[in-house]
Every structure is written in structure tokens, then in C-alpha cells.
Design a protein around this ligand. Sequence first.
Ligand code: ATP
Ligand code: MG
Length: 377
Amino acid sequence: MKPYRPPSDPHPIREKFAGTRKELSSSLIERDDEVDLVLTALLSNEHVLLVGPPGCGKSLLLDAVMNWMSARRFSILLTKFTCVEEVMGPVSLTALKADRYRRVTTGRLPEAEVCFIDEIWKASSAILNTLLKVLNERVFENDGEAVRVPLKLCVSASNEWPSPDSGKELTALLDRFLFRKAVRPISSQVGRQRLLWHRDHVPKLSTTITTTEIEQAHREVNAVPWSKEAKDALETILRELSREGIVPGDRRQFKSVTAVQAFAYLNGADEVQPEHLEVAQHCLWDTPDEQPQKVAQVIAKVANPAGMRVTQLLLEVESVLATTDVRNLAEAAKAAAKLGEIEKQLAALSGNGRIEKARLYLRDQLKKLKLASIEAV
Ligand SMILES: Nc1ncnc2c1ncn2[C@@H]1O[C@H](COP(=O)(O)OP(=O)(O)OP(=O)(O)O)[C@@H](O)[C@H]1O
Ligand SMILES: [Mg+2]
């Protein structure tokens, strides 16, 4: 008798992404959105920039994703003294003798399949010019020859956004990143406790992914169809944004279609639904001052009202937990009643993947609150 083999998974690569998403989110505190963003960028063959204060886990996440990829890597921390040679490779002395100006690119950005550029705004003008072409056109000019680069993903981090008057080159560089997100410090009490009392936050990933698998994932992402509702929602969002004076460039609008397909794929969906447009909030703006918040509001209102409600309810949970002294029985009882009410409101919502997660979180918090006040007695 032949041994039993379970039926093969129709989407093994999608499963792999789902597994890594879970492993990253469970090690990193309050970084679910950033994890999703980096994986969506990888799936849509685009680059991602995270901007946030020092020590908020940007490198921890970006390094983990780089290590997950069994691909040629290049990492650099830019300073104003970093020279082109360090990024693109030194000029070949042999070629120079023959009057040629050719760079030896081994181990440098032009040969990398994944790269991490830290403190990207520190790039000198000379680096910027070459970087723009590598990131956008995936081409590197070496001794007059346009060489295609194998870059699949560039991840980048910084502590600040470039200032509006920092010049055209930096604005152009910001535009090379389809996904841009501000990272906030840990905000919940539970998160803070995990940060303080767990000694190791480095994600341990049980798989690796090859570039061939990533290319296959790109094909699968491009084949995810759009539902009529999601198409209508995207058009409504763009109309509403334009009314608010936000008109992302044509390239951004065009690329956000694949970005949303990638996010749907990451969520295991076989068709793009309006709720998957949530990820476009990180694509459809031009300047980082007020636009990202406005875009997020418009998208939440049009495409994901349930998701918006979940966020509001979770904020209420946090404020109840932060203002309750569990040793005071009357206060603890009042907080438990309030959390119970929020639980009912969550139970009445449907149509968003985050609802179940929020429910489990709330149930857990309620249990902890009750246990803590019993212990206090
Ligand atoms: N959200 C988080 N989850 C888990 N650990 C965290 C988180 N935020 C910070 N840490 C802890 O803080 C350390 C510093 O984080 P990391 O080096 O990734 O910060 P960063 O955002 O890259 O900072 P910088 O801007 O200075 O480069 C991590 O190694 C980890 O121990
Ligand atoms: Mg860092």
C-alpha cells in the first residue's frame, strides 16, 4: 500500500509568506502593519521606506526580512561622507589603464537582489543620481553601458522625512518608494511590558525564500482578479482625494493597483475586495506632512468602515486599561463592564480580518484584568 500523502497545497509560496508574516508579527511588538507593508512591497516588486524615531524596531524588522530571503544582499548606513565607491563599487584599476572608467560591482548595490539603505537622506548628490536610476529603472550605467540590476526589494529607514525645501533630488528619491510609512513607538501597556520583560525580540524565521519563489509570487499576485466593488471603491477614493487636493502622480496610481493585489494575496484572498485597499494609504500621497492621515481617513471611510471602527474600539480599550488601577475593586469592575460593552460592539462587526484578532485580544485583556483584581484582593 502506498503511504498517505496529504493533497499538495495549491499556493505553497503564499503559505510561506503567511507563515513568515505570522512569525514576524509575533516577535515584533505592534509592528503588524509594518510587517504587512514590507511583505507587500516584496510581493509587488516595489521598495519600502520606514520613518520613525531611533530604536522603534525598524532595523529589527528590515534585517529579519533580508535574512529571510536567500538572495544576494547589500546593506549600508549612509553618512554625508559615504562615497559612491562604497555603494556602487570601486573603479577598476585594470580598466583605468586601458582608459576605461568601469566599476567593480561585486558585493555592491548593482549586484544585490535585496538591499537595506539606512539613513537614506544622507546620500550625497553623486550617490543620489545613481540610486534614482537603480531603484526606478533597475539599471546601472557602468562605463557607458546600461546594465540591468537584479534588485527585487530595497528597504530603507530614516529618523525623519526629507524637508520640503531639501531639493528636487530628495523629493524624487522619496517618490521611488511606493510604500512609505511613519513608525510610531510602542503605545499599548501590554506592548510596553513585552518590550521590557522579554529579553529577545529578534524574529526567528522557520523558512527562507528564494528569488525564483519570489518571481513566482509576482506572477501569482498579478493574476489576482479585482472584484467590481473594489474597482469602484478605488475610483471613489481617487475622486475623493482629488476633492481634498491630493492627486498622486499617474505612476503611483498605476502601481497601487498591483500593491493592492499583493496585499490581497498576502491575506490569502483569491479576489481583491474593498478592504484590501487599506494598503494603498501608504502609496497614494505625495508629501508626508498632512496627506498620509487624510488619505488613510478617506480610504477607511470608502473601503474599510469596519476596520476603522476596530481601530477606534481598540484605542478605547487602551485608554480604559491605561487609566484603571486594578487594585481598586470598584475601578476594576467599572473597567470590566466597559470592556464587556466594547466586546459586544466588536461582535456586531463583520467583514474585516482584524476583527477576530481584536476580539481575542480584548478577551485576553478582560481575563487578565479580572485575575489581577482577584490577586489584589
Ligand atoms: N516594536 C518592537 N518590537 C520588538 N523589539 C523592539 C521594538 N522596538 C524596539 N525594540 C527593541 O529595541 C531595539 C532597537 O531597535 P532597532 O535597532 O530595530 O531600532 P531602529 O528603529 O532601527 O532605530 P534607529 O533609527 O536608531 O536605527 C531592538 O533590537 C529591540 O530589542
Ligand atoms: Mg536602525
